[in-house]
Design a protein around this ligand. Structure first.
Ligand SMILES: Nc1ncnc2c1ncn2[C@@H]1O[C@H](COP(=O)(O)OP(=O)(O)O)[C@@H](O)[C@H]1O
Ligand SMILES: [Mg+2]
Length: 304
């Protein structure tokens, strides 16, 4: 079972994350990155965090400890941002915490250029993401961290943030377990991932028993009120059934044939050039402020 702790200090919001997680100290003297139930992403993001994270851990991938965090909004009373106050007030009760990795660095494209990743490790991560249909581990939003960084031990890759995985739980009736996974822009696609070896190693380990054990970690409160299901256990069975069918169909979705970095760069340049051609002159002069390929920016949001 996941450990339960109580928050005693709200340290700071992590504004870089879309769900505004918060760094929180708890009564076990631990420091955690807390995902709040009041966030726009809702309960399903927290279910995905537990299911994919605990599956990752069971398969031997590095993933920080998860805990259930009892949160009293009074603990964050000093926080000046209205947006954060609203979030904390909407999150009284049970929330999800992940062990905070002090000094960890995001696995950015710059770091990725020089950080060595073993092809089998890259293959395992991509395999897990394909199994769990995780759409949020891309080059520019890797949700991978490098830790430790102080030179005490060699830095390693850690998985974080699986809130956008299990996309099938948004439409249970419309998603085939054989559905292909869009892996072209995966954060580790340029590291020669050996997904075939990962499939041979990991698929036999994702058993019905393992999936049941992982789903048992999800609190009932985050599995109630799911339309079409009579009870939290019925929802758990749906996750187990879907993932079991998907792992057995791995031949249908196994990502292979990754584009090289050069191919992706050429595609980016081509896309940017085509978008640029269709723009009015004044918009062509807007500078690239975010360091992302121009093709990934949607300047149309500024057009009102
Ligand atoms: N366990 C952790 N230890 C240290 N930093 C973290 C940890 N988890 C998240 N972060 C930092 O917070 C950012 C946002 O967290 P993330 O889980 O990706 O939230 P979101 O769902 O909002 O994207 C990450 O990009 C990373 O910089
Ligand atoms: Mg994230």
């Amino acid at each position: 079972m996941l450990k339960e702790v109580a928050a005693i200090r709200y340290v700071a919001p992590l504004h870089s994350g879309g769900s505004v997680p918060g760094v929180v100290e708890a009564d076990d003297l631990g420091t955690y990155v807390v995902k709040f139930t009041g966030a726009a992403q809702g309960h399903k993001a927290l279910v995905a965090e537990i299911v994919v994270g605990e599956l990752a851990r069971a398969l031997g991938l590095r993933f920080p400890e998860l805990v259930l965090v009892h949160f009293d909004p009074a603990v964050g009373g000093h926080e000046p941002h209205q947006e954060v106050q609203d979030l904390l007030r909407a999150s009284a009760g049970l929330n999800l915490g992940m062990d905070y990795l002090p000094g960890a660095k995001d696995f950015t494209p710059e770091i990725a250029r020089t950080f060595p990743v073993d092809p089998l490790e890259a293959g395992r991560v991509i395999w897990l993401d394909a199994l769990t249909v995780n759409v949020d581990r891309t080059v520019h939003s890797s949700n991978l961290m490098v830790w430790p960084t102080l030179g005490i031990a060699p830095p390693r890759l850690w998985l974080i943030d699986h809130g956008a995985a299990l996309v099938f739980h948004h439409r249970w009736d419309a998603s085939s377990p054989e559905k292909a996974y869009d892996f072209r822009r995966h954060a580790l696609g340029g590291h020669h991932p050996d997904t075939r070896a990962a499939d041979a190693e990991l698929a036999p380990r994702v058993t019905e028993d393992l999936l049941r054990a992982v789903l048992a970690e999800v609190p009932d409160a985050w599995l109630t009120d799911e339309p079409g299901f009579a009870s939290p256990d019925a929802v758990r069975e749906a996750y187990v059934g879907y993932l079991l069918a998907r792992v057995r169909a791995s031949a249908a979705w196994l990502p292979t044939d990754f584009p090289t970095r050069e191919q992706l760069a050429a595609e980016d340049a081509d896309r940017a050039e085509r978008t640029q051609r269709g723009r009015p002159d004044w918009l062509k002069r807007v500078p690239d402020l975010h360091g992302k390929p121009a093709a990934e920016q949607d300047w149309s949001v500024h057009l009102g």
